[in-house]
Design a protein around this ligand. Structure first.
Ligand code: ADP
Ligand code: MG
Length: 478
């Protein structure tokens, strides 16, 4: 039988679908996941803060009407937002809807506040425990969309992914305990950690799986000290079968929290419970961490996530579009995957902005739109590109030796390669025209300016030339 919240949300969707453009529907409503319906409050999960604001800005009236229609005058909608860690450290949070003022009010996502004192002595006083049930039920805090299924495999993540999978099949029983996953931000640690948790839970419904961000852990601990119930805190964590702690680097310098975590760790490890830890750097580079804790991290497996290659990035984008039911030209997908190579989150952000742009301005998603957007979007994050590097790419492309660019020759092919190198140096570096001229065959700034104009003209008028230049551009920014 269908769950009630699914039923209600589907009815809402029917109404919404009739009232808005199909593309907007696909973009903004299909990705939403209904989570629960309690006391006339329907909670829906949206992929990002941006997404939430977009809904509030553009569809508030429609949403309000639809909810009232389905749930009656008391009906309310609540959002749960999968928060982007790079912009805030507070983790997923819920906002009330309708809100009187427009800004989101941030509450912890967990069903109860982070107050360990709440429970009576019979309850286990912990925020993750849902009261009123005979059997202890812990809110796992897992995000369903972060599954193995949606985690694209590539050379960059094969080890971590397969170790994670093995752990989920056999929590606490493999040599990968703890499993430590590390990488710079935006490469999929949190996603993979959730995937392991979801899979473990799926395989072993009776096991208690908990995903917790380090800040949450720290805050709960501080709170427990304040309330003088540290023991409850420790006991709660010692009860977990699969404990996932995200971004352990935040424990740096927090001696007391490390101390308590050390005890939790030992207890769980001794009892063959699984620990999964993520970190933004390899353990050896973690500063301000107790040596005895660091040495524990080495007991299991440390696996890193590397930068995904072009193919994997393309697959990630395609998968995301597929999930959201959005179709965009493949050249645009390629362009996005080529332009943003260092951070999957940023790549996805660019995609969302692009969809939003097109939806807002009622323009279709084209390569031009993507270019304009990327120009704005990744200005700050592009890698440092040097004139030397550009010259090398250009010469490789035309099959010329680089030193030819600096000769006085008037050979047409060399002149043109030099002009292309100048054009890209102007485009991708902050160098002055004079500097570019100096490095490209010892020319003056007027020559560089002339070259840039010539190339721009050719791009406008010559299709073949345009596609050559585009190819080179791809290689430069890759
Ligand atoms: P981190 O925790 O390392 O900062 P996240 O797990 O938050 O990174 O990943 C950032 C975004 O990139 C998420 O939306 C995630 O779903 C996506 N992502 C990263 N790697 C992959 C992958 N291999 N397949 C699919 N999505 C990915
Ligand atoms: Mg993360």
């Amino acid at each position: 039988m269908k769950k009630k919240h699914h039923e209600v949300w589907e009815k809402c969707l029917e109404v919404i679908k009739d009232n808005i453009h199909i593309q907007s529907f696909k973009t903004w409503f299909e990705p939403i996941v209904p989570i629960k319906l309690e006391n006339n409050v329907l909670t829906i999960q949206v992929p990002s803060q941006f997404f939430y604001e977009w809904l509030e800005e553009h569809y508030i009236v429609l949403l309000k009407k639809t909810i009232k229609k389905e749930l009656g005058p008391e009906g309310r909608l609540e959002y749960s937002i999968i928060m982007d860690n790079s912009y805030s450290s507070s983790g997923p949070f819920a906002v009330n809807y309708p809100t009187s003022n427009h800004k989101a009010t941030k509450n912890p996502y967990v069903s109860m506040p982070l107050d360990l004192n709440r429970g009576t002595s019979k309850d286990i006083p912990n925020p993750f425990i849902i009261p009123g049930l005979k059997k202890i039920k812990v809110e796992s805090q897992l995000v369903e969309s972060y599954s193995f299924d949606s985690f694209i495999e590539g050379d960059c993540n094969r080890l971590a992914r397969s170790a994670g999978y093995a752990v989920a099949e056999n929590p606490g029983k493999t040599a990968f305990n703890p499993l430590l996953i590390f990488s710079p931000t935006g490469l999929g640690k949190t996603h993979l950690a959730h995937a392991i948790g979801l899979q473990a839970k799926n395989n072993f419904p009776d096991k208690i799986v908990l995903y917790v961000q380090s800040e949450q852990f720290i805050n709960q601990f501080i709170e427990s000290v304040r309330n003088n119930n540290q023991n409850d805190f420790v006991h709660f964590y010692q009860m977990i079968d699969v404990l996932i702690i995200d971004d352990i680097q935040f424990l740096s310098g927090k001696d007391k929290t490390q101390d308590v975590f050390f005890h939790v760790f030992n207890h769980l490890h001794q009892n063959s419970k699984q620990l999964i830890i993520t970190c933004d750097k390899p353990p050896v580079e973690l500063k301000g961490m107790e040596p005895r804790l660091l040495s524990r991290f080495k007991w299991g497996l440390s696996a890193d996530l590397q930068l995904p290659d072009l193919e994997t990035r393309t697959l990630i984008l395609k998968r995301k579009l597929y999930n959201d039911g959005i179709v965009i030209p493949s050249e645009v997908i390629d362009y996005l995957a080529q332009s943003i190579s260092t951070n999957v989150r940023e790549m996805e952000g660019a995609l969302i902005s692009l969809i939003a742009q097109s939806s807002l301005n009622k323009k279709s998603i084209t390569l031009d739109l993507a270019r304009q957007m990327i120009d704005k979007f990744i200005k700050n994050t592009t890698k440092d590109i040097s004139i030397d590097f550009i010259q090398k790419i250009v010469c490789d492309y035309f099959g010329l030796p680089v030193d030819q660019l600096n000769t006085k020759t008037r050979k047409r092919e060399i002149v043109q390669a030099r002009q292309v190198a100048m054009y890209f140096s102007k485009k991708h570096t902050k160098s002055s025209l004079a500097t570019i001229g100096l490095q490209c065959g010892n020319k003056d700034h007027a020559t560089v300016l002339h070259a840039c104009k010539t190339i721009a003209n050719l791009i406008e008028t010559d299709k073949q030339f345009r596609s050559n230049v585009f190819e080179i551009d791809k290689k430069i920014i890759q």
